[in-house]
Design a protein around this ligand. Structure first.
Ligand code: ANZ
Ligand code: ZN
Length: 868
């Protein structure tokens, strides 16, 4: 039999599927729906192995669910706006649009070569005005509904490139491109009010029971709900004169109030700003804090510093005690009140600060059994760990109480005194969506000197990007454009300016899955289609999107529902986060990274393919351009075919774990596809023709084949449903091998019942492997004599009678010690069991020359031989 040739078969079947419209999603009422989606790619240039893994998994589910009788929606699109297109424009002079669409064309061709069962009629690109016009429309609806705010916020400013930088573009305090020291700047920006939904986004996590626990936890921490108190201190000046102004702080540890020895304000706190006008020292300190950037991480790492403000706060419960007030670099303006009381005994930052400025440290919390008089704090603040029983000390009326009791007592007293109240705080900030960039969706508003912010009338949407832009100057090309931003005000007709900010690309990706329901509709989402398809039943993607993309989408869908575009809360009923694709790393003698394709390995080790020089083999790491440990999917598909790449991606490793791509593994997967082809070929030669009626009875080899096939079918279905693809693959291996050995035993002229069973088993093998290796199985299906497409066939049903296990494995003991086991038919006679047990080598050896006194047989359970 000829070898299977994927280079011929794969494009042929892809063409057939295409012509038949096999994967067009339908909304027919007679079937239930299933929406499976993989995170759409950024069109960076070429697909990578991570895409291959991600899209293969989704495709297995899509093909399986289709066969199971669902209307399946499995679409593909492009997350097509963003910085890299502009960088290409700056570096190579290509227009971002041309760069993007060329990449899309390449990647579309590559994805098609994988044989994915996608409905290409629904393809979309977020940079297409036909897509982003709806985003603009929804933004205006959100604006009207009070879900949008324009407010001043602190940004990372690159003073050389004159541009705002995202946190990830700030590397060690410098702009990633210019290398200039980044400054903090206050800039008016657009925000979506995700904090309005903080409580709901948190509580609804409990209902997402088909999401990984770790993702739910990450979202929970990101939202960061904390219960605390907001309260105020009376203030005095340095001379002890009471001031009118009070200082409000936020705390989650009001129980530690007797340990308060200072207060600290953010450098951006209004009081600090005011005092800085008259203090050069304070003004300099503010500048120093500004240079620290906005990321929480740098602030956490920086040395704790402050400047005394010459103000004092009255301790609310300690008569006559006045605590000094500082400006400090570790207090953030964006959280709580931008002001805290410091309790050095029980907070490490506060302790570092207190030691630096010689402030007192009063321990107020200690283990329950500790003697309060001997409790001391050295270099480490005492923070009780979970489950530890502690008590309040040095705290007057709180002494002896637990933390919870003390919090309750303080809250009650402060509320009675009228100086504070219990509050809930969230770490979650509003979503800043303004980007000072060209290649993004224009924010559809106009700023008029007379009328303020005026929305672009809906009839004038979309606001499209101008094509004639230049990238020769730093900053935003939309801003430099000679005419684009100059418009007349829709409200008063006077001269006005367009908003030149564009949306963060997270906005584009926060609703694309909803657009797939009706990608050609003139509404963002057609009401009926949205109600039919949403939510996504199974979403698959990388864990790197576990926080922002998923949280923004959960918010955006709620906002869409609030403004009448949808009627659901949660966009993704099921979520799966797949592991990375890894590969060994290689370096040449000069330490330069080498691509796997540049390396050959033999008995003497690894060598450079061209120079023959020895190569150092490094650790296995996730594929990345920087370490060059990437393998190009296109080359793999050209060499082995898409089915091999798909099969490898699903084999051996559980899908949530990182997988190591090896050349040997890929060759192994290829050999399996050839073996599969041979097994089916052998079956075709020996089995009965299509449509032969079943025989009356089956002998042992036939039963064995039938049982193996039906059990594998049953298990593969359950494994795909449970996303245990590697186990499904193992089952298929096993069945192929079982059938091969049955064929070998049967010889050249198998009995008719076996010939029938072989056809049945061969067909089941092909059908259950179809979701993973769709081209090869279509080819096999034809070979088996069928005319229709497997892509359109329904999933076979396993015969329950063939699933029951009718053998038992029972242990055989000699004098109570386990020596071996036997597998027998259920209900086998005592005599048969005894005879089989006594025939075992291990048992005979254990008995040795002792005499057998008794053989105890408990049917289906155990055999014990008593010998002495
Ligand atoms: C007194 C105290 C004593 C605190 C103690 C902690 C330990 P979470 O749980 O994240 O909400 N804090 C409040 N506002 C802050 C700001 N703008 N910048 C920096 N830190 C701020 O954290 C709340 C705690 O973080 C608050 O409780 C406050 O310090 C600090 F032994 O108040 B605590
Ligand atoms: Zn106006």
């Amino acid at each position: 039999m000829d070898r299977y040739n994927p280079r011929d078969a794969e494009p042929r079947w892809q063409k057939v599927w295409d012509e038949e419209g096999s994967f067009a999603a339908s909304e027919s009422a007679d079937k239930p729906k299933y929406y499976v989606l993989e995170m759409f790619p950024y069109p960076s240039g070429r697909i990578h192995m991570g895409h291959v893994r991600n899209y293969t998994m989704g495709d297995v589910i899509a093909r399986y669910k289709r066969a199971r009788g669902f209307n399946v929606l499995h679409p593909m699109g492009w997350d097509a706006f963003g910085m890299p297109a502009e960088n290409a424009a700056i570096e190579r002079g290509v227009h971002p649009r041309d760069w993007t669409y060329e990449n899309i064309a390449t990647m579309r061709r590559q994805l098609k070569s994988m044989g994915l069962s996608l409905d290409w009629e629904r393809e979309l690109a977020t940079c297409d005005p036909a897509y982003y016009r709806h985003e603009q429309e929804m933004f205006l609806d959100f604006l009207k509904a009070g879900l949008v705010e324009r407010k001043v916020s602190t940004v990372n400013w690159d003073p050389v490139d004159n541009t705002v930088l995202a946190n990830e573009q700030v590397i060690d305090g410098r702009g990633w491109r210019s290398g200039a020291l980044v400054e903090k700047r206050e800039l008016a920006q657009w925000f979506l009010k995700i904090t309005d939904y903080a409580d709901e986004l948190l509580s609804a996590l409990d209902g997402l029971d088909r999401w990984p626990e770790k993702v739910r936890l990450m979202q929970k921490n990101w939202i960061g709900r904390s219960e605390g108190m907001r309260f105020s201190f009376a203030l005095r000046d340095a001379g002890g004169t009471a001031l009118d102004e009070r200082l409000t702080v936020y705390t989650t540890r009001h129980d530690t109030i007797f340990g308060a020895t200072f207060c600290a304000l953010s450098a951006d706190h209004p009081i600090v700003k005011r005092l800085a006008e008259e203090s050069a020292e304070l003004a300099a300190f503010r500048r120093e804090c500004a240079a620290l950037g906005t990321s929480e991480e740098t602030i956490e790492r920086a040395e704790k510093k402050g400047v005394p403000l010459g103000l004092y706060a009255d301790h609310p419960f300690r008569e006559g005690v006045r605590i000094p007030v500082y400006a400090a670099n570790f207090v953030l303006m964006g959280y709580g009140e931008g002001a805290i009381f410091g309790c050095p005994g029980h907070d490490q930052r506060d302790l570092d600060f207190a030691r630096k400025y010689g402030l007192p440290v009063i321990p107020v919390v200690a283990p329950k059994d500790a003697d309060p008089a001997s409790v001391e704090i050295a270099d480490e603040a005492y923070v009780e760990h979970e489950g530890e029983t502690v008590q309040l000390i040095n705290s007057d009326f709180l002494d002896g109480m637990s933390v919870a009791e003390a919090k309750e007592e303080i809250a009650t007293r402060m509320e009675a005194m009228g100086i504070g109240e219990r509050t809930v705080n969230f770490r979650l900030r509003d979503w800043g969506v303004s980007r000072q960039r060209y290649w993004g969706c224009p924010i559809p508003v106009i700023r008029c000197p007379a009328c303020g912010v005026v929305p672009v009338p809906k009839a004038e949407l979309p606001v499209t990007l101008p094509d004639d832009v230049t990238f020769d100057k730093p900053g935003n090309p939309l801003d430099h454009h000679p005419t684009w931003k100059h418009v007349s005000c829709p409200s008063c007709g006077g001269a006005a300016e367009r908003e030149t900010d564009t949306f963060d690309t997270f906005v584009d990706s926060a609703w694309y899955f909803a657009r797939f329901c009706s990608p050609h509709s003139d509404r963002p989402v057609d009401a009926q289609a949205g109600a039919y398809w949403m939510p996504v039943d199974q979403y698959i993607g990388g864990v790197e999107h576990a926080i922002l993309h998923l949280l923004y989408s959960r918010f955006f869908i709620r906002a869409m529902s609030r403004t009448g575009h949808l009627a659901i809360d949660e966009p993704f009923a099921g979520l799966f986060t797949q592991g990375m694709v890894c590969h060994e790393t290689y370096r040449d003698a000069g330490g330069r990274w080498l691509y796997p394709s540049e390396v050959v390995k033999d008995e003497t080790g690894a060598h450079h393919a061209e120079t023959g020089e020895p190569v150092t083999v490094g650790s296995v790491e996730s594929m990345s351009k920087s370490k060059r440990n990437t393998v190009d999917p296109e080359a793999i598909i050209a060499e082995f075919g898409a089915d091999t790449a798909r099969w490898f991606m699903l084999s051996d490793t559980p899908p949530e774990r990182d997988i190591e791509w090896t050349e040997a593994g890929a060759e192994g997967a290829y050999r399996f596809t050839q073996r599969f082809w041979r097994v089916v070929g052998d079956i075709v030669r020996h089995a009965v023709p299509v449509g032969t009626p079943a025989p009356e009875a089956f002998g042992d080899p036939a039963l064995k084949a039938r049982r193996a096939a039906h059990r594998a079918l049953d298990a593969v279905g359950a494994d795909i449903e449970g996303l245990r693809f590697n186990r499904a693959i193992a089952r298929i291996y096993e069945l192929a091998n079982t059938l091969l050995s049955i064929l070998q035993e049967a010889g050249d002229a198998p009995a008719d019942d076996l010939r029938w069973a072989l056809r049945e088993a061969g067909e089941l093998l092909v059908r259950m492997a179809n979701p993973m290796i769709p081209h090869l199985t279509e080819e096999c299906w034809t070979l088996l004599g069928h005319e229709g497409l497997l892509a359109a066939a329904s999933w076979p049903e396993a015969d329950p009678a063939l699933l029951v296990d009718d053998t038992v494995t029972i242990a055989v003991q000699v004098n109570g010690k386990r020596r071996d086991e036997i597998t027998v038919a259920k209900g086998a006679s005592q005599a048969d069991i005894e005879a089989l047990a006594m025939a075992l080598d291990n048992v005979r050896r254990a008995i040795g020359d002792k005499a057998v006194r008794k053989v105890i047989v408990v049917p289906d359970r155990i055999v014990n031989v008593v010998a002495a």
